[in-house]
Design a protein around this ligand. Structure first.
Ligand SMILES: [Fe+2]
Ligand SMILES: [Fe+2]
Length: 201
């Protein structure tokens, strides 16, 4: 089986395009997310090739300005909500998915969906989307209080770690007094309901 690093090397064109699109710092973050997403994919019996590809592309639209994000989201047919209109940065997921489809010919729906929801989450997230969300949050260059616990949890129980990552993000947003995307709340509610359901069995 190929290691995540080998898979990254096999995706030379994508990697080159991403390197050109992103700052050095964000490119390094992208590589770390890709390695970790590949490792998590193996741990949870998912296709590591798809996980690495989704991770390589997840922040493709992250350095696009707010105005252009709003323009591209509208062009792609994305229904922009009030929170996204206020904080267009939240659109870099859906706009990124749109751009990698248009510019790089990425057609895999699961990869596009994982990129779309990597910032907000989604109550019906696929395994790939969950892997990407968690890998993005806990890759080795991320430093914030509590990251070690989240990092460890990522390999123990993916759903629990996803819930802990959402809790962390929502707590951070509450502290800053900013808007919270409804999908993040819905995803958290859904994870808690499923967790409780499991507990009842
Ligand atoms: Fe992102
Ligand atoms: Fe990221």
């Amino acid at each position: 089986m190929c290691s995540p690093l080998e898979i990254i090397r096999n995706n030379k064109l994508i990697t080159q395009k991403v390197a050109k699109t992103l700052s050095n710092k964000r490119f390094k973050h992208t590589i770390q997310v890709s390695i970790l997403a590949g490792e998590l994919a193996v741990a949870y019996h998912y296709n590591p090739h798809k996980a690495v590809q989704a991770a390589l592309l997840h922040d493709y639209a992250r350095e696009i300005t707010d105005d252009v994000l709003l323009f591209l989201a509208k062009k792609s047919g994305w229904p922009i909500n009030l929170v996204e209109r206020n904080q267009p940065m939240l659109l870099h997921g859906p706009v990124g998915a749109y751009l990698v489809n248009q510019e790089l010919g990425i057609k895999d729906d699961e990869i596009l969906e994982a990129i779309t929801y990597h910032t907000t989450g989604h109550p019906k997230m696929s395994l790939l989307a969950s892997i990407l969300y968690v890998a993005d949050m806990v890759e080795p260059s991320r430093i914030y209080p509590g990251v070690e616990v989240l990092r460890k949890l990522a390999f123990q129980d993916l759903n629990l770690s996803l819930l802990a990552c959402l809790d962390h993000n929502i707590r951070y947003l509450l502290k800053r007094g900013v808007l919270i995307h409804p999908l993040s709340i819905q995803t958290r509610n859904d994870l808690i309901l499923n967790k409780n359901k499991k507990g009842e069995v």
